[in-house]
Design a protein around this ligand. Sequence first.
Ligand code: FAD
Length: 480
Amino acid sequence: MGRAFVYVILGGGVAAGYAALEFTRKGVSPGELCIISEEPVAPYERPALSKGFLLPESPARLPSFHTCVGANEERLTPKWYKEHGIELVLGTRVKSVDVRRKKLLTATGETISYKILLIATGARALKLEEFGVDGSEAENVCYLRDLADANGLVNVMQSCSSGNAVVIGGGYIGMECAASLAINKINVTLVFPEVHCMARLFTPKIANYYEEYYQAKGVKFVKGTVLTSFEFDSSGKVMAVNLRDGSQLPADLVVVGIGIRPNTSLFEGQLTLEKGGIKVNGKMQTSNDSVYAVGDVAAFPVKLFGETRRLEHVDSARKSAKHAVAAIMEPKKSGEFDYLPFFYSRVFGLSWQFYGDNVGEAVHFGDYLSGTFGAYWISKGHLVGSFLEGGTKEEYEAIAKATSLKPPVEDLAELGQQGLNFALTISKKPQPALPIDVSHSTSGLVLEKPMYAWYAAAGVVLAASIAGFAYWYGRRRRRW
Ligand code: FAD
């Protein structure tokens, strides 16, 4: 015996929350939709966990960052789901799925059937054991993927005030955690095998800026080496880490951010997989007509790149979820997902955004001393990617729009000299229609919708002032 729903969302993270909101907007009826999640809480804005959640003063706590505040939409509390007749099956792991029979089996033994399944299982943090290092279960070794991890990290952090933390991994989890730990007055050493931080995105020049900034805040960098083993005390707590270069670092706390693996295992052998994720078409539909996939787990066609990609970023989770629901509820009206990849990070007083793809030649611009600088990536004579640190709302919107238009670039030196003016000029040229939705939001209190000249009207001016205030406020108060 079990329950039956028209629509089931498997997973209760960012994409699930945005999908639920879109389902209600598209007229789902009470009782038709169910969300099943292993987490014990309703969907929330996961990026908050490495930012506002770890702050020593007025840290962000639920219910303040339930989805969909990150896109300045409604905050979907458990009450909201109840009022909309959406069944939240929380704290429940799905242990198998039969896509042919359209049934899920939960770890509690319940069978739930569906007509349409939306897979939003996201990803899990890679464990040290997968790289041959034992010790992840020690109480002062932390990962950061979900609320339980974040609570664990806060507890360990509070118990080692002024102590030593070793952060393993120089990607965005490592960088954001290192900053939060330093803000909590913990001595931080960041260890990673690459030659500079954020190696998948930053150029050496950009990375150098952030590394110097971090060093000025007391963070140390140990590059070009990896963790090989831990030293434990008699209670089983880690007290030091051993590195491949032969050195040893004392550690009261270890944070591991070494990448993620999409949660595809329930569907292996049942759906087509690609790029480590579940392959979908431009409607986010998998190789089975009744099954859609969104967020970190989905590999979808990115028109701008002309290839299938799997992205691990919050904006992509939000927008792919919205698109899938539109395709499910209004199949005739909805087109192909046309997405401009976007991601961002916020650490200390810094804030950057990146749009597009970082392939081809990087052209740097801006003033590193003033804190506003960036880079364009040019491939096959066209702008394909843009990075900006310390920009204004207008400047971020300009690089987003310019990147989505892929303008031709002939003279790289000239582009470097023009810097932001290049994007500002391109973005002000009237376009018949935006090829891609380039509206992006990066904070629960930030409204970052595009506001181009031709939208100008008195109401928009007022909205812009409010949004400007929210942006300013959001950057200072809540850093998610
Ligand atoms: P998730 O949000 O991970 O949700 C997946 C859900 O599925 C989880 O609730 C999980 O428990 C559930 N689930 C999985 N398997 C099962 C199962 N078998 N049964 C039941 N439930 C299941 N991106 C940015 O662009 N900028 C940032 O600054 C940024 N910061 C981040 C900070 C942190 C700490 C983390 C962890 C991520 C950050 N991200 C950031 C990435 C962003 O949060 C993800 O891209 C986004 O959460 C993906 O959404 P999703 O819904 O696909 O997956």
